[in-house]
Design a protein around this ligand. Structure first.
Ligand SMILES: [Zn+2]
Length: 246
């Protein structure tokens, strides 16, 4: 997903003076057709006109998300991608609104854009404690830890390449202990932040924003596209960190 596309949708919403997804797509010149219940949504082009629809079975934010998914297909230019439209000139969505592990980049991008629009950026940053001093400090600690792990890996590969004199092995062991100590400190910091309640979990954020958790996942991806460092918010687990160099 490109940031220009997200910003383009911001501009469209501003120009249309509305945050209602159907209003926005109408403003973009797309024509709504009720798809019934057989699909979650669709978008198609016929004789220069773009038609779209989202099943009325989807309600609330899920419906909004579906409409914006179709809108971002249009805005991203997917309709011109070879093979995106089927023989009848249509793209249908069945299950793609709720699947976070999609492989098709067109579906991922449409979902990232939709989540970005449906969930308010300021609200999510606030829920994550993005500007909270403890969280900012924690993010910095995660960064130095990851840097230390990278340094260790570099030393480790040299040891493997050149054999390992005793002194060097001892230094590596000390290095490992230092990493373990740093990691413990990270965990402590993370615990304090959790107890402080200034940084909600993904599940809590989803509840607050009245959306399913996968929409929060896509929103976090959108925030990354917008240049926010959200990687440090989820606490790295020991396995995840150490499996990288073992
Ligand atoms: Zn789609």
């Amino acid at each position: 997903m490109r940031i220009e596309v997200l910003k383009k949708m911001d501009r469209i919403a501003k120009a249309a003076a509305s945050r209602d997804p159907d209003d926005l797509l109408a403003y973009m010149g797309y024509v709504f057709i009720d798809p019934g219940n057989s699909v979650d949504g669709f978008i198609m082009r016929r004789k220069g006109t773009t038609y779209y629809g989202v099943s009325r079975n989807l309600t609330g934010k899920k419906y909004d998300f579906g409409v914006m998914h179709e809108g971002f297909h249009g805005l991203c230019g997917h309709l011109d991608f070879p093979g995106f439209l089927n023989g009848a000139g249509a793209h249908t969505d069945i299950g793609s609104f709720s699947d976070f592990h999609l492989v098709a980049s067109t579906e991922r991008d449409a979902n990232i854009g939709a989540a970005d629009f449906v969930v308010d950026t300021e609200a999510v940053l606030d829920m994550m404690g993005y500007d909270n001093a403890d969280v900012v400090a924690y993010r910095a600690s995660v960064e130095s830890f990851e840097q230390a792990v990278r340094d260790y890996k570099r030393h480790y590969s040299i040891v493997r390449l050149n054999g390992s004199p005793e002194g060097r092995v001892r230094r590596m062991e000390a290095y490992q202990q230092e990493l373990a100590r740093m990691y413990e400190e990270l965990q402590e910091q993370a615990r304090d932040i959790r107890h402080g309640g200034c940084c909600l979990t993904k599940g809590e954020m989803a509840q607050e924003a009245c959306v399913p958790a996968y929409i929060i996942d896509f929103k976090l991806e959108a925030l990354e596209v917008r240049g926010y460092d959200v990687s440090g918010i989820e606490l790295p687990t020991f396995d995840k960190v150490f499996s990288r160099w073992q």
